[in-house]
Write a protein that binds this ligand. Structure first.
Ligand code: BGC
Length: 708
């Protein structure tokens, strides 16, 4: 008998249920739900895990109660949403996705894990892997964007970063991949609304990132709050037992979302807490986060025979095994852990933040700012807001440690006069500050507008029906643009904002998302030309909210969109094309693609093919180009998206330099799911498109034949 089996054998029913109970500690409480006497519960073995606590002393005190004062001395799992950094805050995930760089994604997760582990955290509720194609949904900010291939790479990189080579390493934290699945497809982008997607879309789009997290060894999975076609994920036997535990052979821990088990009653899936607890346990949910449904409902569910004690024991064992793998059973305080050197972490934060900035539009060479610039008006609600730079889910990040845009620019341009004023509050219609702001714009040489959302406008509960600039910001921007000076716009947001008028009129617009603690320095690096922007959009940017959900991997229509043709797949009032395609992002230089080759011209199953292209830096400035490879299966038994991403390469090029990038792909990269959702490689022609974004007008294309 192993250690975990021995512990199980020694437990009372209440202690077993305690191991499945995760209670909210002090600090942020992210949802409604029951609170209980934390310390008493830990001491008597009825709370085996906590969330939302961190800090050596606080965690140590709670851990001591479990280890020294509970009957069996089993340590707690300590969970926290370490989404984009712990003390050192990195860009929000949507921004980090703009790097298209698994190495960076892994590095930030590693640093975050190290800092969180040093603060007593053993479990991070990350990575968030919801494919997001509807910017009305506020949680797009937490996601790696619209593409399943990107989300799959992100899943693996983040899991590796958090868990390192071993969970027991002391400086690793267990990854909880969330939210399985389809949460990004909530009806009309409205938070917590029902999801109704086809089984095909689930399997092609929403599940692959979770399969990748499991393959990378993710210790835990969190099901989403939502229901899919009437079956809440918290009780979804087909996906949690059938797909996750069956098909993916996942043997880790499944943790409910906050209060989600009790909410099965609101879904109309359970009549009472007993039924809710039974449904969740049968679906394979091991840990009840904060709803107390297991504590209140499982004893009665067992008595009524709704669940078996074997099912209960399986869940308890999975939790104990995770504690064992984390090393908690040997060293509950994970003594050896030390935080990363703060300077290294901040350097990484600055590096990633500047790479996450996307130059959306640029004309008249207003950027980089001239070294001689002597007077800037830095205007807008986000100009000196250091707290907003952190974005949602800032864990232990402190606003006072974040570098505002004003502070970053002042540091970079010590001899330049920078007049800064908000003009308007992010979401208020009060325009009384507008005249003063415009006065400052008139007096300056260059105007920099810091516009967008504040951090509370996206994230959980951050759905918006209007994707324009909130409050009086449009009035402020238009008044500033009317002056006729060069205007550069920094757009901070957790999603694309539909501001076509601004893209039309401003000299340059940069997507600056929520870049984290080093935001101001990173922005200054880009504005001054110290860093040549290289970020690329991980989501298609709509022109109008009426176009959403919008994404590049559309299926072909029988009547493809043709501008001006009524009976084609289009709108009467807005072009069908996006404002900016997936992958868009300008540089201060110019890169061009040449000499695409695809070899051999035909392949069979089991073989492979190579695609390569030359990338030229046509400019006198060094920079980094990003090249995307898409495929299109021209004729198939299930009609295939017009393009599907299969590879991304970044290449750094000096002035005038050229390089050749190559992908070696197996024939299996061309498979898709047949009518029974089994992978199939069908003979026929496949188009290969290579470009610097998903703009079909700029592709280099070739094709290969798959032979029977
Ligand atoms: C969110 C999760 C999060 C949990 C714990 C919930 O409201 O949906 O993503 O991990 O709270 O904070």
């Amino acid at each position: 008998m192993g250690r975990t089996d021995r512990l199980l054998a020694a437990m009372t029913l209440a202690e077993k249920i305690g191991q499945l109970n995760m209670a909210a500690g002090s600090g942020a409480v992210t949802g409604p739900g029951a609170r209980r006497e934390l310390e008493e519960g830990i001491r008597n073995g009825q709370i085996g895990n906590v969330l939302n606590v961190w800090g050596g002393a606080e965690v140590h005190a709670l851990q001591r109660l479990a280890v020294e004062h509970s009957r069996l001395g089993i340590p707690l799992l300590v969970g926290l949403d370490v989404i984009h950094g712990h003390h050192t805050i990195f860009p929000v995930p949507l921004a980090e996705a703009c790097l298209f760089d698994p190495h960076s994604w892994e590095s930030t997760a590693r640093t975050a894990a190290q800092e969180a582990a040093a603060d007593g955290v053993s479990l991070t509720f990350a990575p968030m892997l919801d494919v997001a194609r509807d910017p009305r949904w506020g949680r797009m900010v937490e996601s790696p964007g619209e593409d399943p291939w990107v989300a799959t790479e992100f899943a693996a990189a983040k899991t590796r970063g958090s868990q390192r080579t071993s969970l027991g390493a002391g400086s690793s934290v267990a990854a909880v991949a969330k939210h399985l699945c389809g949460y990004g497809a909530v009806t009309a982008g409205r938070e917590y609304a029902s999801v109704d997607v086809s089984e095909r879309t689930l399997y092609e789009v929403h599940l692959p990132p979770f399969a990748a997290a499991v393959a990378a060894g993710a210790a835990a999975i969190m099901p989403a709050f939502i229901d899919i076609a009437g079956v809440p994920m918290t009780a979804n036997v087909a996906l949690l037992q059938g797909w996750l535990r069956g098909r993916c052979t996942f043997d880790g821990v499944v943790i409910s979302d906050y209060n989600a088990i009790a909410e099965l009653r609101n879904h109309g899936a359970a009549a009472d807490i007993v039924a809710a607890a039974a449904l969740a346990l049968k679906a394979g949910i091991d840990i009840d986060m904060a709803s107390e449904a297991y504590a209140q409902g499982l004893p009665e569910a067992l008595r009524r025979g709704l669940v078996s004690s074997a099912q209960l024991d399986e869940s308890v064992l999975r939790v104990l095994r995770l504690k064992e793998r984390l090393g908690l059973l040997d060293d509950p305080y994970r003594h050896e852990v030390v935080g990363s050197a703060p300077t290294t972490a901040r350097e990484l934060a600055r590096e990633v933040a500047r790479k996450a900035i996307v130059l959306l539009t640029h004309r008249d060479r207003v950027l980089p700012l001239s070294a001689q610039v002597s007077h800037i008006a830095l205007i807008g609600p986000l100009a000196s807001a250091s707290d907003a730079m952190l974005g949602p889910w800032a864990a232990a990040g402190r606003p006072e440690d974040a570098v505002s845009i004003l502070a970053g620019l002042k540091g970079a341009l010590p001899r330049c006069r920078i007049d800064s004023v908000a003009g308007v509050v992010a979401s208020s219609q009060d325009l009384s500050g507008l005249p003063g702001a415009i006065e400052r714009c008139r007096a300056a040489e260059v105007v920099i507008l810091c516009l967008g959302e504040d951090a509370s406008m996206s994230g959980e509960g951050g759905s918006r029906a209007d994707l324009g600039l909130p409050g009086g910001q449009r009035a402020l921007a238009e008044a500033a643009l009317d002056i006729g000076k060069p205007v550069i716009v920094l757009l901070s947001s957790g999603r694309p904002l539909t501001v076509p008028w601004l893209f039309e009129r401003a000299h340059a617009v940069l997507a600056t998302w929520f870049l984290g603690g080093e935001a101001g320095n990173a922005i200054a690096d880009v504005l001054t030309g110290k860093f040549n922007p290289s970020g690329k959009l991980p989501v298609t940017w709509p022109r109008h909210v009426g176009q959403v959900p919008i994404f590049y991997a559309q299926r072909p229509s029988g009547r493809p969109s043709k501008a001006g043709e009524r009976l084609s797949s289009s709108y009467l009032d807005v072009p069908a094309t996006p404002q900016f395609p997936f992958g868009h992002g300008l540089s201060y230089g110019t890169f061009t693609l040449h000499d695409l080759s695809c070899t051999p011209a035909s392949i069979r199953a089991g073989e492979g093919f190579a695609v390569s292209v030359s990338v030229h830096n046509e400019s006198a400035i060094a920079g980094e180009a990003t090249v995307f490879l898409f495929v299109h299966d021209v004729v198939a038994t299930i009609s295939r998206p017009v393009m599907e991403l299969k590879g991304v390469r970044r290449t750094a090029l000096g002035p005038g330099e050229r390089s050749r990038v190559t992908w070696q792909l197996p024939a299996s990269a061309l498979t898709f799911l047949d009518a029974h959702l089994n992978p199939v490689l069908e003979p026929g022609r496949f188009e290969i498109h290579v470009g610097q974004s998903a703009d079909p007008g700029a592709f280099l294309s070739c094709s290969i034949e798959v032979l029977p």
